[in-house]
Design a protein around this ligand. Structure first.
Ligand code: ADP
Ligand code: MG
Length: 325
């Protein structure tokens, strides 16, 4: 008998897919950041995302507000990854009976605050008891402007791999929290992540943007999803990332491998994008003008191999799989 620990998160999902048959209204089904469906002339995005105590957050470092905020950021990030606008959120909450009421209220407050910043409204949910841990699942409905959405599929050979910001900060922030460090940009990135909604919408409107995913499980893993969806490979070059970064200072002081955080650290919620090489320089310049911050070219797609390379070499070190560690 095999276990889901052996099958792995993505192997398990592959096994579940045959049970669900798509209908005519489904433009994009299982396998992307959101499902894309047609309802009464509108193109809607549907996604759901769960956070579990001990897995996505530790109670000693997260108050209720941080849990709610982080869960909402992760859920809305999948809307950003398609270039969409979040509209409505349904929140399902489970917790042990001895959980402080103030903690549960904090969860609602944090979630509502994040959602409101991005124009979404919490419209319902479900509440139940769970004796072992706190769990929060957020289902989000969004829409796309003018039928323009970007899926994970569409990268072509020689396309550039672009990311919308620095990487690894959230993971380094968790390390800093566990080691009792005080407030910093890194800890802020872990406790108060933000979905790149405006960036995703903007990118979806740019000529030459061919595929997009949000980085929830680390660049190697999520860029790997772009490559796999296109049936090609991607070569990552981390020297495209900023040379001055609080992540680098922290790793130098703590004697840690910064590249490991940049490659495999999840929860930054930046977007990873496959971009036509001829359009890439223009997109980088226009992105700077639009958002007053940098985006970075961190790799190139190729049809000479499958999977993910780092500086031309194969890498074993992947991102996060919930069943394999
Ligand atoms: P993301 O990291 O963007 O949230 P996931 O890697 O969690 O995406 O999921 C990949 C795809 O598999 C998504 O389309 C998601 O909706 C689908 N999926 C994940 N778990 C299940 C499940 N238990 N049943 C059906 N579809 C699932
Ligand atoms: Mg995603």
């Amino acid at each position: 008998m095999s276990t889901i620990g052996e099958t792995g998160e993505f192997g398990l999902i592959d096994r579940l897919v045959p049970y669900f048959t798509a209908s005519r209204e489904v433009l994009v089904g299982i396998g992307d950041d959101c499902a894309v469906v047609r309802v009464g002339g509108e193109t809607l995005l549907l996604t759901t995302d769960m956070v579990i105590e001990g897995r996505h957050f530790l109670r000693e470092h997260f108050d209720g507000e941080a849990v709610g905020w982080k869960a909402a950021a992760g859920a809305l990030s999948d809307i950003a990854a398609m270039g969409g606008t979040p509209l409505f959120v349904l929140a399902s909450f489970a917790a042990p009976a001895d959980t402080a009421t103030a903690f549960a209220e904090g969860v609602a407050r944090g979630m509502a605050a994040l959602a409101a910043e991005y124009g979404a409204t919490v419209v319902g949910g479900d509440t139940t008891r769970c004796d072992t841990c706190v769990a929060l699942d957020l289902a989000v409905v969004g829409r796309v402007e003018g039928d323009r959405y970007v899926t994970r599929k569409g990268a072509q050979r020689n396309d550039r791999l672009l990311v919308t910001g620095p990487l690894g900060r959230a993971a380094a922030g968790l390390h800093a929290l566990k080691h009792g460090e005080g407030e910093s940009i890194l800890i802020e990135a872990q406790l108060r992540p933000r979905p790149r909604i405006a960036e995703g919408q903007w990118l979806a409107q740019q000529e030459g943007v061919r595929a997009m995913v949000d980085i929830s499980d680390g660049l190697a893993q999520d860029a790997g999803h772009l490559a796999k969806a296109a049936g090609i490979g991607v070569d990552i070059a981390l020297d495209g990332l900023p040379a001055a970064d609080p992540l680098l200072d922290y790793c130098r002081q703590a004697d840690l491998d910064a590249d490991a955080f940049r490659l495999s650290g999840g929860e930054d919620y930046e977007l990873a994008v496959a971009v036509d090489p001829d359009r890439a320089p223009r997109i980088v310049d226009d992105f700077r003008a639009a958002f007053a911050k940098e985006c970075y070219i961190v790799g190139q797609f190729s049809d000479n191999w499958h999977g993910v390379h780092l500086n031309g070499e194969t890498i074993e070190r992947g991102g996060f799989d919930h069943f394999k560690e």
